[in-house]
Every structure is written in structure tokens, then in C-alpha cells.
Design a protein around this ligand. Structure first.
Ligand code: AMP
Ligand code: ZN
Length: 476
């Protein structure tokens, strides 16, 4: 049984599919005007864990993540460079998908782009106009009349009739947009340049909020299971999505809402506007891997703030090495027979492994409690190391323990991280120097070993020595 905290009811609730044993999930995606930063990726990594836990529990998932490819920022960027909006956003869409791969984030089932769904948005705005909850103002833009929707404020827990604000709202960028009527359709302005679509209200473009209501309902139906985003999306964005959808259909829009807390830097939200951000590329250039970054992003409860620090990445590297060493040895002991291991499954696993899996399962089903899940994983690592040092090992037992690691990794996605195993490509000339250095060290020719280490460093690589031999990383 999978329990999650629903931001709408503010209670823990069981997550049960409304239909077809399928959780229909909508996640607010990136605005593709720049490279996403790792704060954004905290949200996407949380959603990845969520979809993996849904599947871990035997349910199916249909996830839709939008790509906001028209708004003030994308238009400004395209017009400043004098390129078409689609060409401008394509660079960042492609980069986004490449980054998701590096973080081993599973693909959503649908990635609708806003510019491909303008007719659906016009249709939804027309419905709202027909119901009298929207109006066109003197500036030719169309607005939603918040006072006409009685449920307005139910997600943020704000009582607009009495103007009392809930605590979430105060904590999360309440001042970013004005409370009150919000734009459904924005009239064309000269600064929009060539960007614009014809509509019953004249040339213009959709507002940001309408995009998510229109595209979620198109792919997931008028009422669906689950909607997520970062906590900054809760108000006004998600509140407005509810208002638009429910005012148009008269039905409940979404059953469960989940929001992740922010990734912070020195106590402040990581954001483009504050300038305190790192993109995934920045960190990879510093020599960290997608796998290490994923580890840091998921190794905290999603509803607690996570302060970004390089020391956390260094710790992640050490923890992953610990896991790798154990799994490598276990694989040897299992004779590397993956077919036998798959056939065996987790059932015949020794008690210590069964217990670790039970603890792991209870943790992920308790509102995605990843810190507890990691504790279960490290318990398993410890016990497995003990088991491997005994004489009572058998390849069959080892196979079933390995199957438990694999089961846990269905959720974590960090143990058998295939694209990471390929690691950095080592240029041929550096490899040649490494080989020469290994030979020099075998011959105890330390002067030559040091000379080669310096030559390798001059070429931009750091070589370290350990019992297992030399390891190479690109210089930070
Ligand atoms: P944006 O491109 O700003 O609309 O953000 C895309 C997603 O990333 C949304 O779900 C945001 O809530 C989320 N997000 C933005 N900044 C952060 C942060 N510092 N920590 C966690 N999530 C964030
Ligand atoms: Zn959205």
C-alpha cells in the first residue's frame, strides 16, 4: 500500500488508481529558454522516484510533462537572437532530454509542447468565456474572474473572502504574481515580434496556467489521479490550473497533489533570477557524474529543504564506491549468471536480505521516505559484506541477494547505473601514458611514475593510486 502526503487535503492518503490500475500523473515541466538548473532537477528527480515507486507497487503509470516553449522569456530570447521561437527553444529541449538521461530519470509517456496545443487552449478559454468566468479587458487580453470560482484558494488554503493567507503561501513567493484575476490569453504586443496566434479575441498567445490545464486534460482526462511540481508552483500556478479546469468542466480536476521542497544554496532557493544556480553541465565540468548528482538529489526527503553543497557530492562518491565494491564482489560470487539470478528472484534470499527489502518497501511506501530507504540499502550492504566474508556462500544465495539489490534499484536507479559505468572517455594518448605509468610502478621506478603523473596532469587529468590500481578523473 503506497501512502503519500496530499497537499490538497493536507493528509497522508493511500495512492490508488482511479481506473485501469494506472496512475495518471501530470508534472509541470521546464520553460525551455535556458539550461535547467539542478534545483529544477530536484523536482524532476522527485517525480522520477514517484513514478518508480508507483511501478514498484505493481501499478502502471502514464506521466505527462509539458514543455513551456512560449512565454515572456522564450520570446525575449528568440527575438534578441533574431531566430524563430521554435529554433531557439529546440536547443534547450534537446539539452533537457540529454540531462534527464544523464540523471537516469525515466522518460514520461508524453512530453507535449505548448506551441503544439494552441487550439486546445483557445477551446478551453472559449468555454470559460461562455460560462461567464472569463472576460476580455480593455487591453484585449482575456482574464479569469477569480471571484466567480468559489473554490479559489482551496489548494493554497487561502480564504480569499476574508483575505487570510495560509502559511504555505507566505513562504513561497506569494509576491511573484498578484492575487486576483490572471491572464488566460495575452494580447499581442510589439515586443512579441513574429510570435502570435489568431484567436476569437485577436492575435496573441496563451497564458502559462492555461497551458497546463489544457494539456493535462487532453492526455489524462478531465479528472485524473496525481499532479506534482515544486512548492513554488503551488500558488498561484496550480491554484489557477484547478480554477480553470473545474470552472470549465464542473468536475474535480485532480485527486492528489504533491509538491517537493526547494533545493537551496546557503539557505536561499536556487533560481535563475537569484543567480545562485548550477546547471548539470556546470557540475559535470567540475568532474562530478550524473550518478553522483542523482544520489544527492534523491537522498533527502522530498518535502524537506535540501541545501546544496559540494561536500555532499564528495560524500555521494564515497557512498557509491561502497555500494559498487559490495555489488562487484557479490556479482563474482553469483558467478555473473544474470539469467539464473533473474529466474531466482528475491524469494529465496537469506533472511537479512528479505528483511532489508521489507524495510526498504515500507520506507518508499511511507510518502517516499528515501532517507529510510537508503538506510535499508546500506544495512543490506553491511550484511552482504559480512555474508561474503563467510565460507557459507553459495552462488544461488548470492544470486538472490543480487536480485534484492536489483529490486531496490528499480526505485533508486543508482546501483546499476549503466550509462554512468561507461564513464568518461579516456583519450588514447592519456591511456598510453597510464599504461606506461603502470609498468613504471610495477618496476618501482617512482621517478618515472611521478614524471608521467605530472604529464597526465598537464593534459588535464588527475591520476590517483590505490590498492586496485590507478584511477583517472578529469581535472575540476
Ligand atoms: P520552472 O522552469 O521555473 O517553471 O521550474 C520547473 C520546475 O522546477 C517546477 O516544478 C519548479 O517548481 C521546480 N523548481 C524550480 N526551482 C527549484 C528549486 N530550487 N528546487 C526545487 N524545485 C525547483
Ligand atoms: Zn504547470
Amino acid at each position: 500500500m503506497m501512502n503519500v502526503y496530499n497537499s490538497l487535503s493536507r493528509r497522508m492518503e493511500e495512492l490508488k488508481p482511479l481506473a485501469d490500475n494506472t496512475i495518471r500523473l501530470y508534472t509541470c515541466g521546464p520553460t525551455v529558454y535556458n539550461f535547467a538548473h539542478i534545483g529544477n532537477f530536484r523536482a524532476y528527480a522527485f517525480e522520477d522516484i514517484l513514478r518508480r515507486v508507483v511501478q514498484f507497487n505493481g501499478m502502471k503509470i502514464k506521466q505527462v510533462m509539458n514543455l513551456t516553449d512560449v512565454d515572456d522569456k522564450t520570446i525575449r530570447g528568440a527575438n534578441a537572437q533574431g531566430v524563430a521561437l521554435t529554433d531557439y527553444t529546440k536547443t534547450y529541449k534537446d539539452a533537457f532530454f540529454a540531462d534527464l538521461k544523464k540523471l537516469n530519470i525515466q522518460s514520461a509517456e508524453v512530453y507535449p509542447a505548448a506551441t503544439d496545443h494552441i487550439p486546445e487552449m483557445i477551446d478551453l478559454v472559449s468555454k470559460l468565456m461562455a460560462k461567464g468566468v472569463a472576460y476580455q479587458s480593455d487591453d484585449k487580453s482575456v482574464y479569469f474572474k477569480v471571484r466567480e470560482f468559489p473554490g479559489y484558494g482551496k489548494l493554497a488554503h487561502i480564504d480569499f473572502d476574508h483575505q487570510q493567507t495560509g502559511q504555505r503561501c507566505a513562504a513561497d513567493e506569494y509576491d511573484k504574481e498578484n492575487v486576483g484575476d490572471f491572464a488566460l490569453w495575452k494580447a499581442w504586443e510589439p515586443s512579441d515580434g513574429p510570435v502570435g496566434w489568431e484567436s476569437p479575441w485577436g492575435r496573441g498567445r496563451p497564458g502559462w496556467h492555461i497551458e497546463c490545464s489544457a494539456m493535462s486534460m487532453k492526455y489524462l482526462g478531465e479528472t485524473f489521479d496525481l499532479h506534482t511540481g515544486g512548492i513554488d508552483n503551488l500558488f498561484p500556478h496550480h491554484e489557477n490550473e484547478i480554477a480553470q479546469a473545474e470552472a470549465a468542466t464542473g468536475k474535480e480536476f485532480v485527486k492528489t497533489w504533491m509538491h517537493c521542497a526547494h533545493l537551496r544554496v546557503n539557505g536561499e532557493k536556487m533560481s535563475k533570477s537569484a543567480g545562485n544556480f548550477f546547471t548539470l553541465r556546470d557540475l559535470i565540468e567540475k568532474g562530478y557524474t550524473g550518478r553522483e548528482i542523482r544520489y544527492v538529489l534523491i537522498n533527502a526527503h522530498y518535502r524537506t529543504g535540501l541545501n546544496f553543497a559540494f561536500t555532499a557530492l564528495d560524500d555521494a562518491r564515497k557512498s557509491l564506491e561502497k555500494i559498487d565494491r559490495c555489488v562487484e564482489q557479490l556479482t563474482k560470487s553469483a558467478l555473473g549468471d544474470t539469467a539464473a539470478e533473474a529466474a531466482r528472484g528475491t524469494e529465496g534470499a537469506p533472511a537479512f536480505a528479505q528483511k532489508a527489502l521489507e524495510e526498504f518497501t515500507a520506507a518508499v511506501n511511507d510518502d517516499l521516505n528515501l532517507p529510510r530507504a537508503f538506510a535499508a540499502l546500506f544495512g543490506l550492504v553491511r550484511e552482504t559484506n559480512g555474508y561474503l566474508s563467510q565460507s557459507s556462500q553459495s552462488s544461488q544465495k548470492s544470486q538472490s541477494v543480487l536480485a534484492v539489490f536489483r529490486k531496490m534499484d528499480e526505485v533508486l536507479g543508482i546501483i546499476f547505473f549503466e550509462n554512468e559505468k561507461a564513464k568518461v572517455e579516456i583519450p588514447a594518448e592519456i591511456q598510453a601514458m597510464l599504461d606506461e605509468r603502470a609498468a613504471a610502478r610495477a618496476a618501482k621506478n617512482w621517478a618515472e611514475s611521478d614524471r608521467l603523473r605530472d604529464a597526465i596532469a598537464a593534459a588535464g587529468w588527475v591520476v590517483k593510486d590505490s590498492k586496485e590500481g590507478q584511477t583517472l578523473t578529469p581535472k575540476a
